[in-house]
Write a protein that binds this ligand. Structure first.
Ligand code: SF4
Length: 212
Protein backbone atom coordinates (compact mmCIF):
# COMPACT_ATOMS: atom_id res chain seq x y z
CA UNK A 1 0.00 0.00 0.00
CA UNK A 2 1.06 3.59 -0.66
CA UNK A 3 2.92 4.69 2.50
CA UNK A 4 0.98 7.96 2.84
CA UNK A 5 -2.32 6.10 2.59
CA UNK A 6 -1.13 3.54 5.16
CA UNK A 7 -0.08 6.36 7.49
CA UNK A 8 -3.46 8.08 7.08
CA UNK A 9 -5.44 4.91 7.75
CA UNK A 10 -3.36 4.03 10.81
CA UNK A 11 -3.69 7.58 12.13
CA UNK A 12 -7.45 7.85 11.75
CA UNK A 13 -8.18 4.43 13.24
CA UNK A 14 -5.99 5.38 16.24
CA UNK A 15 -7.94 8.63 16.65
CA UNK A 16 -11.32 6.86 16.44
CA UNK A 17 -10.11 4.14 18.85
CA UNK A 18 -9.23 6.76 21.44
CA UNK A 19 -12.75 8.23 21.33
CA UNK A 20 -14.39 4.79 21.30
CA UNK A 21 -12.48 4.00 24.52
CA UNK A 22 -13.80 7.23 25.98
CA UNK A 23 -17.29 5.91 25.22
CA UNK A 24 -16.33 2.68 27.09
CA UNK A 25 -15.92 0.39 24.08
CA UNK A 26 -12.80 -1.80 24.09
CA UNK A 27 -11.10 -0.57 20.94
CA UNK A 28 -8.38 -2.58 19.22
CA UNK A 29 -6.41 -1.36 16.22
CA UNK A 30 -4.92 -3.67 13.61
CA UNK A 31 -2.63 -2.77 10.73
CA UNK A 32 -3.82 -5.68 8.60
CA UNK A 33 -6.76 -8.06 8.19
CA UNK A 34 -4.58 -10.94 9.40
CA UNK A 35 -3.80 -9.05 12.60
CA UNK A 36 -7.53 -8.30 13.11
CA UNK A 37 -8.45 -11.97 12.64
CA UNK A 38 -5.82 -13.04 15.19
CA UNK A 39 -7.19 -10.52 17.70
CA UNK A 40 -10.72 -11.85 17.16
CA UNK A 41 -9.68 -15.50 17.45
CA UNK A 42 -8.10 -14.63 20.79
CA UNK A 43 -11.36 -13.10 22.04
CA UNK A 44 -13.48 -16.15 21.17
CA UNK A 45 -13.08 -19.21 23.41
CA UNK A 46 -13.67 -22.75 22.10
CA UNK A 47 -16.96 -23.29 23.97
CA UNK A 48 -18.63 -20.00 22.98
CA UNK A 49 -21.23 -20.02 20.20
CA UNK A 50 -20.87 -17.29 17.60
CA UNK A 51 -23.56 -15.55 15.57
CA UNK A 52 -22.79 -13.24 12.68
CA UNK A 53 -24.69 -10.50 10.89
CA UNK A 54 -24.44 -10.05 7.13
CA UNK A 55 -21.19 -8.22 6.49
CA UNK A 56 -18.95 -7.75 3.50
CA UNK A 57 -16.14 -6.97 5.94
CA UNK A 58 -16.53 -10.38 7.62
CA UNK A 59 -16.55 -12.05 4.20
CA UNK A 60 -13.28 -10.30 3.29
CA UNK A 61 -11.70 -11.18 6.64
CA UNK A 62 -12.61 -14.89 6.12
CA UNK A 63 -13.10 -15.14 9.86
CA UNK A 64 -16.19 -17.38 9.67
CA UNK A 65 -14.14 -19.94 7.73
CA UNK A 66 -11.35 -19.79 10.33
CA UNK A 67 -13.87 -20.37 13.13
CA UNK A 68 -15.51 -23.23 11.24
CA UNK A 69 -12.08 -24.86 10.77
CA UNK A 70 -11.56 -24.95 14.52
CA UNK A 71 -15.02 -26.43 15.11
CA UNK A 72 -16.74 -23.35 16.59
CA UNK A 73 -20.53 -23.48 17.03
CA UNK A 74 -21.63 -20.98 14.35
CA UNK A 75 -24.85 -19.25 13.35
CA UNK A 76 -23.91 -17.42 10.17
CA UNK A 77 -25.87 -17.12 6.94
CA UNK A 78 -24.54 -19.14 4.04
CA UNK A 79 -25.39 -19.43 0.33
CA UNK A 80 -28.01 -21.97 -0.73
CA UNK A 81 -30.34 -21.61 2.27
CA UNK A 82 -34.06 -21.05 1.75
CA UNK A 83 -35.56 -17.76 2.95
CA UNK A 84 -37.12 -19.63 5.89
CA UNK A 85 -33.83 -21.32 6.87
CA UNK A 86 -31.98 -18.06 6.60
CA UNK A 87 -34.49 -16.28 8.87
CA UNK A 88 -34.27 -19.12 11.43
CA UNK A 89 -30.48 -18.82 11.45
CA UNK A 90 -30.71 -15.05 11.96
CA UNK A 91 -32.95 -15.62 15.01
CA UNK A 92 -30.61 -18.30 16.40
CA UNK A 93 -27.64 -15.97 15.95
CA UNK A 94 -29.25 -13.54 18.40
CA UNK A 95 -29.04 -16.21 21.13
CA UNK A 96 -25.32 -16.82 20.62
CA UNK A 97 -22.69 -16.10 23.27
CA UNK A 98 -20.92 -13.77 20.85
CA UNK A 99 -22.22 -11.63 17.99
CA UNK A 100 -20.01 -10.30 15.21
CA UNK A 101 -20.78 -7.79 12.47
CA UNK A 102 -19.57 -4.56 11.00
CA UNK A 103 -21.03 -1.07 11.52
CA UNK A 104 -21.73 1.05 8.43
CA UNK A 105 -19.78 3.93 9.90
CA UNK A 106 -17.58 4.78 12.89
CA UNK A 107 -17.33 8.42 13.87
CA UNK A 108 -14.22 10.22 14.99
CA UNK A 109 -16.08 11.08 18.20
CA UNK A 110 -16.48 7.38 18.97
CA UNK A 111 -19.97 6.35 17.83
CA UNK A 112 -21.08 3.32 15.83
CA UNK A 113 -23.75 3.68 13.12
CA UNK A 114 -25.87 0.91 11.65
CA UNK A 115 -28.50 0.96 8.89
CA UNK A 116 -30.49 -2.26 8.62
CA UNK A 117 -33.18 -3.69 6.43
CA UNK A 118 -34.47 -6.46 8.75
CA UNK A 119 -32.87 -5.34 12.01
CA UNK A 120 -31.19 -8.60 13.01
CA UNK A 121 -27.70 -7.14 12.80
CA UNK A 122 -28.59 -4.02 14.78
CA UNK A 123 -30.39 -6.18 17.39
CA UNK A 124 -27.36 -8.44 17.85
CA UNK A 125 -25.12 -5.41 18.21
CA UNK A 126 -27.29 -3.90 20.95
CA UNK A 127 -28.61 -6.61 23.29
CA UNK A 128 -28.70 -10.40 23.54
CA UNK A 129 -25.25 -11.89 23.04
CA UNK A 130 -23.04 -11.18 26.07
CA UNK A 131 -20.06 -10.32 23.94
CA UNK A 132 -19.97 -8.31 20.70
CA UNK A 133 -17.09 -7.91 18.27
CA UNK A 134 -17.49 -5.15 15.67
CA UNK A 135 -15.06 -4.86 12.76
CA UNK A 136 -14.47 -1.79 10.61
CA UNK A 137 -11.96 -0.83 7.96
CA UNK A 138 -10.49 2.69 7.89
CA UNK A 139 -12.80 3.52 4.95
CA UNK A 140 -15.74 3.53 7.40
CA UNK A 141 -14.31 6.23 9.65
CA UNK A 142 -16.18 9.52 9.28
CA UNK A 143 -16.05 12.85 11.06
CA UNK A 144 -19.45 12.77 12.75
CA UNK A 145 -22.94 11.29 12.67
CA UNK A 146 -24.13 13.49 9.78
CA UNK A 147 -21.17 12.37 7.68
CA UNK A 148 -21.92 8.76 8.68
CA UNK A 149 -25.52 8.84 7.47
CA UNK A 150 -24.37 10.56 4.26
CA UNK A 151 -21.80 7.79 3.76
CA UNK A 152 -24.52 5.18 4.25
CA UNK A 153 -26.75 6.78 1.61
CA UNK A 154 -23.96 7.48 -0.86
CA UNK A 155 -21.79 4.37 -0.47
CA UNK A 156 -23.11 1.54 1.72
CA UNK A 157 -26.71 1.57 0.44
CA UNK A 158 -25.95 1.42 -3.29
CA UNK A 159 -23.05 -1.04 -2.94
CA UNK A 160 -24.89 -3.40 -0.58
CA UNK A 161 -28.04 -3.26 -2.73
CA UNK A 162 -25.90 -4.26 -5.71
CA UNK A 163 -23.93 -6.91 -3.78
CA UNK A 164 -27.16 -8.53 -2.56
CA UNK A 165 -28.79 -8.20 -6.01
CA UNK A 166 -31.72 -6.28 -4.54
CA UNK A 167 -33.98 -4.45 -6.96
CA UNK A 168 -33.50 -1.08 -5.31
CA UNK A 169 -33.02 1.97 -7.57
CA UNK A 170 -29.58 2.71 -6.09
CA UNK A 171 -28.36 -0.69 -7.30
CA UNK A 172 -28.70 0.72 -10.83
CA UNK A 173 -28.15 4.46 -10.44
CA UNK A 174 -25.52 4.30 -7.68
CA UNK A 175 -27.38 7.16 -5.97
CA UNK A 176 -29.85 7.03 -3.06
CA UNK A 177 -33.36 8.25 -3.95
CA UNK A 178 -34.82 7.50 -0.50
CA UNK A 179 -36.76 4.75 -2.23
CA UNK A 180 -39.96 2.97 -1.29
CA UNK A 181 -38.74 -0.36 -2.63
CA UNK A 182 -40.00 -3.55 -0.90
CA UNK A 183 -36.33 -4.63 -0.69
CA UNK A 184 -35.14 -1.28 0.72
CA UNK A 185 -32.15 -1.83 2.98
CA UNK A 186 -32.39 1.48 4.82
CA UNK A 187 -35.26 0.80 7.22
CA UNK A 188 -33.67 0.90 10.66
CA UNK A 189 -31.08 3.47 11.74
CA UNK A 190 -29.21 2.87 14.99
CA UNK A 191 -26.53 4.95 16.67
CA UNK A 192 -24.53 3.58 19.60
CA UNK A 193 -23.45 6.72 21.43
CA UNK A 194 -21.78 4.73 24.16
CA UNK A 195 -21.43 1.07 25.05
CA UNK A 196 -24.75 -0.71 25.71
CA UNK A 197 -24.90 -1.63 29.39
CA UNK A 198 -24.36 -5.35 30.15
CA UNK A 199 -22.50 -6.11 26.91
CA UNK A 200 -18.78 -6.77 26.64
CA UNK A 201 -18.01 -4.73 23.54
CA UNK A 202 -14.93 -4.92 21.32
CA UNK A 203 -14.40 -2.77 18.22
CA UNK A 204 -11.56 -3.86 15.96
CA UNK A 205 -10.47 -1.06 13.61
CA UNK A 206 -8.34 -2.12 10.67
CA UNK A 207 -6.01 0.10 8.62
CA UNK A 208 -7.32 -1.28 5.34
CA UNK A 209 -10.28 -0.71 3.05
CA UNK A 210 -12.87 -3.34 3.97
CA UNK A 211 -16.57 -3.72 3.26
CA UNK A 212 -18.98 -0.96 2.30
S1 SF4 B 1 -33.10 4.23 0.69
FE1 SF4 B 1 -33.34 2.91 -1.10
S2 SF4 B 1 -32.25 4.01 -2.74
FE2 SF4 B 1 -31.52 4.84 -0.79
S3 SF4 B 1 -29.66 3.68 -0.32
FE3 SF4 B 1 -31.41 2.72 0.76
S4 SF4 B 1 -32.11 1.09 -0.62
FE4 SF4 B 1 -30.84 2.50 -1.82
Amino acid sequence: MDTNKAWHMETIIAAAAKKLEKNHFKAITARTSAEAVNHALGLITANESVGAGGSQTLIQLELIERLAERGQQLYANKPGLSAEESLKLRRQALNSDIYMASPNAVTLDGKLLFMDSIGNRASGMIFGPKKVIAFAGANKIVENEAAGWARIRQVAGPLNSRRLKLENPCATTGICSDCDSPKRICNIAVTLHKIPRHTQYYVILIAEELGY
